[in-house]
Design a protein around this ligand. Structure first.
Ligand code: HEM
Length: 129
């Protein structure tokens, strides 16, 4: 197994994103939300666009890189039937992926930020359960 990263850089952020979404697409609870929008082929164009965008997003959050141009919350308003348990599952899977790539110290930032953002999304989407 490769050694866990002790610091965050462009390359390991890309690895984080490209390790996370293949798990997401396979997941019983949240996979369908993504497949509905982006299709089931992670190598397809829609997915590639999403993976590039999400890599930019996390570089912006973690490294203040300013190439991300988007509105993080907006597309989530269009997802039908989204619920709190889906966000809990999203966070579980994300934490698991973070732990597979980063040591505890470097991973903390992703866990704290994702938790904060997820809570903010849930509140603004008005998700109750
Ligand atoms: C169960 C929870 C979630 C589901 C089902 C979900 C689903 C999706 C889908 C389907 C898209 C693509 C929309 C499109 O291309 O039109 C998207 C975009 C995105 N998601 Fe999520 N998401 C979830 C949670 C999160 C969380 C917790 C974060 C951040 C920590 C996040 C960050 C983003 C960002 C940054 C985008 C791109 C927004 C843009 O267009 O700039 N998502 N999400």
């Amino acid at each position: 197994m490769r050694e866990k990263s002790k610091s965050i850089d462009d390359e390991n952020i890309e690895m984080l994103v490209r390790t996370f979404y293949p798990k997401v697409i396979e997941d019983k609870i949240i996979g369908a939300f993504f497949i509905e929008k982006l299709g089931s082929d992670i190598r397809g164009d829609a997915w590639e666009e999403h993976l590039v965008l999400l890599t930019q997003f996390w570089r912006y959050v973690a490294l203040y890189d300013d190439t991300y141009r988007g509105n993080p919350l907006q597309p989530h308003f269009e997802i039908k039937g989204l619920h709190k348990k889906a966000f809990v599952r999203w966070l579980d899977l994300f934490y698991e992926t973070v732990d597979s790539i980063y040591d505890e110290n470097a991973g903390r930032l992703f866990k704290e930020k994702s938790q904060e953002i997820a809570e903010n999304f849930m509140r603004r989407l008005g998700l109750k359960k």
